[in-house]
Structure formats: structure tokens, C-alpha cells
Design a protein around this ligand. Structure first.
Ligand SMILES: [Zn+2]
Length: 302
């Protein structure tokens, strides 16, 4: 049992390292060490803890294919494009193309003619789906006459949107023809946050559910802990090396290690073992770790 686990971990680490193009040390992750005396043994035992903390993806390594006043697009692979807006912080939209259709994930804060811009990259019909309805992700839905979003408590259709709305089920699949994206509910940042998982290509698109360099926790911590635990298990199961976040600056793709760290931070706060620095605003605590700021409300510690 023990041997099998180590072998599996080793194999996964190797794959993740190949994907990241980096050598990964065999050391226990720093945060896990910090929390070793704090974390509950059943947690540490049941979940994988290794892999690279941050990705080595760099935006400048990918061809620049469009530059306009509102957005810059890079081509990540032959059928995947990322557009970054600049009104918030690298708010990211992703266009994924299959043989019969394409899916645009998120629409940025305000990108004029977004439908026309993405139609330059693909001649396939384009569906639009939202990772969540925050205005820096759903801001340009008006360019499209149909959107997919997630139904959750307190979540309404993006303001002013008059087109057709469809709601995504958990594990719903968008079959684009030779490329499939699976919806994975991930409440925490918001109740309606979802991931889109491209298992065959070992990547996910995660909106603000994990990081985006600044994880804003608008649900209870236990909601996020459950999401992080399920997500981590799913990432290992499906060999998802990276999740491309909703604010991708080219360096902050989410790795399994990072999701593990975020899980531990949330669990640590929940258990009263960690406490963030005081901050202004509704999210009145910030715990900072390895480039991620974990922002929470100390009245939602439950
Ligand atoms: Zn958001």
C-alpha cells in the first residue's frame, strides 16, 4: 500500500516536472513543513503533497496573435488562445477550438467587438461560458446572444444582459469535436465558480477559483476546503498539470502543489492555527504565501 502510493506520487511528480520543464526537488513542500505539526494527520495522509509550486509557463514564449486597445491575444497551442485585458489585472479570456465548435471561456471587463476578434481565430461556431459572473469576467457578454453560466444562491444574470442564458450542470461536457471541456463546480471565491477541465490535454481553466494571484474568499472557508480537496483529487486523477487562471500573467498557472497549499491555508485558518494580517474592506484578513494572497472575512471562518 505504502510502496504503491510512493510510486504513484513519484510518477506524477515526474510527469508534472516534464510538463513544467523543471526539475522538482524531492523535498517536502515548505508550507507543508510549516504546517506539519498543525495539519490533521488524516488530511496529510490522504492527499498528494508534491509537484512544482509555480509553473514555468511564460507568456512571451507564446506567439502574439492580436493586439488591440482592449485586449492582447496569445496563442497557447494550435487550438487554444488567451486574451488578456488590462482594466483590472490581466483579466483572461480563453478560446478553445474543436473540430466542430469552439468555446470562449469568460469575456473580460470590457472588450469592444470581442465576438469579432475571436472570430478571427476560428471559423467554428463559438459558444460562451463563464467561470463566474464577476464583472471582470462577464463584462463583455453583450457581444454574444447566448451564454452559459452557473446557477447558485445569490447569483443573477450579468447586469443588463438580454440574450439567452443556459445553466451548466456539474460535470457537464462541452464536446467541441476532438476536444472536450468538462465543467467542475468549485465554490469558494464565489458560489458560482466553476473550472473547465480539458483532460486529454492535461489542463484546466480555473477562473478565480484558485488564486489568480489573489484569492478572494466570498464563501465560507469550509466550502473552499471541500472544493480544494475535490479539485486536488480530480487533478491527480485526471493528470491535470496546470489550471490557467482568470488573471493569468504568464507565470501563475495553478499547480497541484498550489491547490494543496491553498487547501492547507484555508484548513489552517479554519482550525485556528493560522491567522491572516488585518486588511481593509469586507475581506478583512490576508494570509500571504509564495505569491498568493489569500483574502478572507474573519466572520466567515466556519
Ligand atoms: Zn472573480
Amino acid at each position: 500500500m505504502k510502496t504503491e502510493k510512493i510510486t504513484r506520487r513519484g510518477a506524477i511528480r515526474k510527469m508534472a516536472a516534464v510538463a513544467a520543464g523543471v526539475a522538482v526537488s524531492g523535498h517536502m513542500p515548505a508550507l507543508a513543513s510549516v504546517l506539519a505539526s498543525n495539519s490533521r494527520p488524516e488530511d496529510a495522509d490522504g492527499l498528494p503533497q508534491d509537484g512544482p509550486t509555480v509553473s514555468t509557463l511564460k507568456m512571451e514564449d507564446f506567439p502574439l496573435v492580436y493586439e488591440g486597445p482592449d485586449v492582447v491575444f496569445h496563442k497557447l497551442d494550435d487550438h487554444l488562445w488567451i486574451g488578456n485585458g488590462h482594466l483590472m489585472y490581466n483579466e483572461s479570456v480563453y478560446l478553445v477550438e474543436g473540430e466542430k465548435s469552439a468555446l470562449l471561456i469568460d469575456t473580460g471587463t470590457r472588450i469592444a467587438d470581442l465576438n469579432g476578434i475571436v472570430a478571427q481565430f476560428t471559423d467554428k461556431p463559438i459558444d460562451v461560458a463563464l467561470t463566474h459572473i464577476h464583472p471582470d469576467h462577464a463584462g463583455s457578454v453583450g457581444c454574444f446572444d447566448h451564454i452559459w453560466m452557473t446557477q447558485a444562491e445569490g447569483v443573477s444574470v450579468p447586469r443588463g444582459y438580454t440574450g439567452k442564458v443556459s445553466y451548466m450542470d456539474n460535470y457537464q461536457k462541452f464536446d467541441l469535436g476532438g476536444r472536450t471541456l468538462e465543467v467542475f463546480y468549485a465554490p469558494g471565491h464565489t458560489p458560482d465558480s466553476v473550472l473547465f477541465i480539458d483532460e486529454a490535454n492535461h489542463i484546466g481553466i480555473s477562473g478565480d477559483a484558485f488564486g489568480s494571484t489573489n484569492l478572494l474568499m466570498n464563501c465560507t472557508l469550509s466550502t473552499f476546503v471541500n472544493t480544494a480537496r475535490d479539485t486536488l483529487a480530480m487533478m491527480y486523477d485526471k493528470k491535470i498539470y496546470y489550471m490557467l487562471p482568470g488573471h493569468f500573467d504568464g507565470t501563475n498557472a495553478e499547480t497541484t502543489k498550489r491547490v494543496y497549499d491553498l487547501l492547507n491555508i484555508a484548513q489552517g485558518v479554519l482550525d485556528g492555527k493560522l491567522e491572516g494580517e488585518p486588511a481593509r474592506g469586507n475581506l478583512n484578513r490576508i494570509y500571504t504565501y509564495q505569491g498568493v494572497r489569500f483574502n478572507y472575512n474573519d466572520r466567515l471562518i466556519r
